[in-house]
Design a protein around this ligand. Structure first.
Ligand SMILES: Cc1ncc(C[n+]2csc(CCOP(=O)(O)OP(=O)(O)O)c2C)c(N)n1
Length: 811
């Protein structure tokens, strides 16, 4: 079999464009040279047929065929570029790749030894840690060899290089981004849950923002979305930086991965997507996960170039990633690289036994597969001959790049280094347990368990029974601004004040300005920063998260809050947890995702089960997300400014029924107002007899009921929560203690609602002040029905609020 460049090229064409391979072979003849012009001519002669009808309306057959030729030529040029890159790899780079693979295997071995060795003890038991193996996939080290990495890309404590998002199998890429004993210790320490940056025992996945490494996530598709957001930040700031996503072939079955690629492809964001096909997803063979011929076949579906290469060939990998990164940096958008290799170990430490049928000895060589193992025997035997360390070492030795004894000497050095760092981890302290309460939000006090029945605590807490002042607010003004206009003004204030801010969501940009035309007045001034997302809530949330991480201040939008469900994972498992997972360490302090997610929300409009929901309780109990719920135009504007300046993700719930409500208009200033503090409730009305606590649209119903009852001499205080997270507990409790009777009213369905949570807090902490049960009034526990008579029964009515209030007053 010949392996001349021309024959490799023909094989490449056979893989991606099989019908063209024979034509190329004929065009080049025996010359062995590859002439792109000759290929173009040959393709033109063969494909550009004469008179054919349109392929589809408005697409001529000629245009379609020309597109196909352009695609083949681009792919051919890519092949040549990769070949040139591979040829340009210098001896130092080659040695680094080999040493990097050795280091990867040594660390992987040490992680396994930690798992089986019983060296680390917690109390009376050994702590094994939970960890994943990378045996057989060490060549991934080569993917980062020509990325922008290293100290020169860190300026003023900020990472300015490329960013990679490794998955659990990509230990090599993590080590490659910062090949230093510090990284070795980070990796070992993360698995063993010891104190130390950057994870500080908070997560076993390791990331190092200051070296451009995101921590892997267990929800496997989500990091690709973060990569899309980071790439968006790079593009908006016109920085020549690239964001790289790695996933296994099993993960290509997850929607988030597709949504990320599509979002990047649509805007030609500087991203690279890599699929590592290692034959097995946990235990599931490739065929049970997908019917594709090769995973690179998925790329053309998104209009991006893709290639499949040998995942055990470091030079091919280095060339592929350098090619893809170059084109991304030059504005050509993402590419997809599939690496084919095999996992030569179990999915995780505990799975070695099942995969191989026997727990392997720690060794530089691959373990043997026994009869009992579930790995496919024939495939395993094939890949056993392709150990990237063995084959590459032989290749470099044959080429004179390394000398005969180099590998053995390196193995000794590396083993020593890894062992030293393992000892350091064994000797390292455990994290201070109390730190479990640190770092959910920036700049907050440590969270602790509180025993609210302790007499001392009760004594201290129960003193505060005074009502706060009724908050000063602009009065109603029929000529004033609507709630909708106020939100728009707040967004305008933010965009004007902070060049890092941009708006991202479905239908927000172009000539449209969002589904409610809310943003339309801003399009002229800020058109370039009001950007249409692809139709994907996961992508919107992922892009906001990644861009925020990379230093932007996105204002994302769910067209209706109901649709957040399709981005739920990206919000609760990524945006909400990022700060906490990084351990809030000094080295990575400030690594959070500060963005605003606008949530048009609520019923009262006969809009049915998918355009009316109250989703705030879904997130109320997710640590790491703030929630604001303005009820007046003034607050809508000033809370938008506060939310955009907040260092953490803020869900901004804007009630659609208030958007154009003429009864709540207020005069607003021309100047940017002072931001309203997040976490501060507003007393809207003072009263001693009953406290009505509410938020969103129902604040106005509460006020009406209070006014009605006042005419009869009953004075009700009305508390507008305004922020749900962090909850203004002190004010809620002060109002409850002061009035002794509490009615909580909200639009959301009752069971598991925020009202029930407040009632629990009030009865626990203000029990001795209460003269009546805390009453919670919410909607029926059903989906939101559409037809007016149905919705009116579903929602709590003014009559129900008034009746509950009267019963409480009389209790
Ligand atoms: C969303 C999600 N579902 C399930 C899992 C459990 N899980 C962990 S790894 C894994 C297999 C991943 O396979 P693949 O993407 O091919 O990567 P590989 O492990 O083979 O490198 C599964 C199912 C998970 N982590 N995340």
């Amino acid at each position: 079999m010949t392996t001349s460049r021309a024959s490799r090229f023909a094989a490449f064409l056979a893989e991606r464009f099989p019908f063209v391979a024979p034509l190329a072979i004929r065009a080049f003849g025996d010359s062995g040279s590859i002439d792109i012009d000759k290929l173009r001519d040959a393709l033109g002669d063969a494909l550009l047929l004469g008179d054919l009808p349109e392929t589809t309306p408005r697409v001529s057959a000629r245009e379609r065929l020309q597109q196909a030729i352009d695609e083949i030529i681009e792919a051919a040029e890519g092949f040549l570029e990769r070949d040139a890159i591979a040829a340009s790899l210098n001896a130092d780079e080659k040695r680094e790749m080999l040493r990097g693979m050795l280091l990867t295997r040594a660390v992987d071995n040490r992680l396994k030894q930690f798992f089986t060795g019983g060296e680390v003890r917690w109390g009376n038991a050994s702590f094994q840690g939970k960890g994943f193996r990378s045996l057989g996939q060490e060549a991934i080290y080569a993917a980062v060899i020509r990325l922008r990495r290293g100290a020169e890309h860190r300026r003023n404590g900020e990472w300015r290089g490329d960013v990679v998002s490794p998955m659990i199998r990509d230990l090599g890429a993590v080590l490659g981004m910062h090949n230093d004993r510090e990284t070795v210790r980070m990796v070992l320490s993360a698995q063993m849950g010891k104190a130390g940056p950057p994870m500080n025992g908070k997560d076993l996945h390791v990331g190092a923002w200051l070296h451009g490494v995101l921590p892997a996530m267990a929800p496997l598709g989500t990091p690709a979305l973060t990569i899309a957001g980071i790439a968006m930040a790079f593009k908006l700031r016109r920085e020549p930086r690239v964001a790289v996503s790695f996933v296994g072939e099993g993960t290509t079955s997850l929607g988030e991965w597709h949504e990320a690629i599509n979002a990047c492809a649509a805007r030609r964001l500087p991203a690279v997507f890599c699929v590592e096909n290692n034959q097995t997803a946990l235990s599931t063979p490739v065929r049970d996960n997908s019917a594709v011929r090769v995973f690179a076949d998925k790329g053309p579906g998104y209009g991006i170039p893709s290639i499949t290469i040998d995942g055990t060939d470091p030079e091919a990998i280095a060339a592929a990633f350098t090619w893809a990164a170059n084109r991304a940096r030059n504005g050509a958008g993402p590419a997809l690289i599939e690496l084919v290799a095999m996992r030569m170990c179990g999915h995780a430490h505990h799975d070695d036994m099942l995969y191989l049928g026997k727990d392997p000895q720690i060794s530089w060589s691959y373990p043997a597969l026994t009869e009992q193992g579930y790995a496919d025997r024939e495939t395993y035997e094939y890949w056993r001959q392709r150990d990237p360390i063995v084959t590459y070492a032989a290749r470099l030795e044959a080429a004179g790049v390394i000398a005969a004894g180099d590998v053995d000497a390196w193995k000794r050095e590396i083993d020593e280094l890894v062992e030293e760092e393992a000892r350091n981890v064994i000797d390292a302290p455990w994290p201070d347990g109390a730190a479990a309460g640190d770092g959910v939000f920036a700049n907050e006090a440590r969270r602790t368990h509180v025993e609210v029945l302790e007499p001392e605590w009760r004594e201290r807490a129960s003193r505060d029974i005074a009502l706060p002042e009724v908050e000063a607010a602009p009065p109603f003004d029929a000529k004033g601004k609507t709630f909708l206009e106020a939100i728009m003004l707040g967004i305008g204030d933010v965009l004007r004040a902070d060049e890092r801010a941009f708006v991202y969501g479905e239908d927000v940009g172009g000539k449209y300005g969002n589904a409610f035309l809310l943003l339309r007045p801003l399009l002229k001034e800020f058109g370039e920063r009001i950007i249409n997302s692809v139709l994907s809530e996961a992508a919107t949330i992922g892009v906001c998260t990644g861009a925020a991480l990379a230093g932007m201040r996105p204002i994302g939008e769910m067209q209706f809050n109901d649709f957040v469900a399709t981005g739920f994972n990206a919000l609760v498992n990524n945006a909400a947890k990022l700060r906490y997972r990084w351990g809030n360490s000094t080295a990575d302090a400030g690594v959070g995702a500060p963005f605003v997610l606008r949530m048009p929300w609520g019923g009262l409009r006969y809009a049915g089960p998918y355009h009316s929901q109250n989703t705030e309780a879904w997130f109320y109990r997710t640590p790491g997300l703030k929630i604001v719920v303005p009820s007046t135009p003034h607050d809508a504007r000033s809370l938008m400014i506060a939310a955009a300046n907040d260092p953490d993700p803020v869900l901004y719930y804007e009630h659609i029924a208030l958007y154009r409500d003429p009864k709540i208009k207020q005069a607003l200033t021309d100047e940017t107002p002072t931001p309203t503090a997040i976490g501060k409730a507003a007393l809207r009305r003072a009263g001693d007899d009953l406290a009505i606590v509410s938020y969103g649209a129902y604040v106005h119903d509460a006020m009406h009921v209070a006014e009605t009852l006042a005419r009869e001499g009953h004075q009700c205080a009305v508390l507008d929560l305004r922020t749900l997270v962090p909850l203004d507990r002190e004010t809620v409790l002060a109002v409850a203690r002061h009035c002794s009777r509490v009615l909580i009213v909200h639009e959301d369905t009752r069971s598991g609602s925020i009202g029930e949570s407040l009632a629990a807090i009030i009865q626990e902490e203000a029990f001795e002040y209460l003269d009546a049960p805390v009453r919670v009034l919410g909607a029926l526990d059903t989906p939101v029905p559409y037809s007016p008579p149905l919705e009116e029964v579903f929602l709590p009515s003014a009559e129900q609020i008034e009746r509950a209030a009267r019963l409480l007053l009389a209790y």
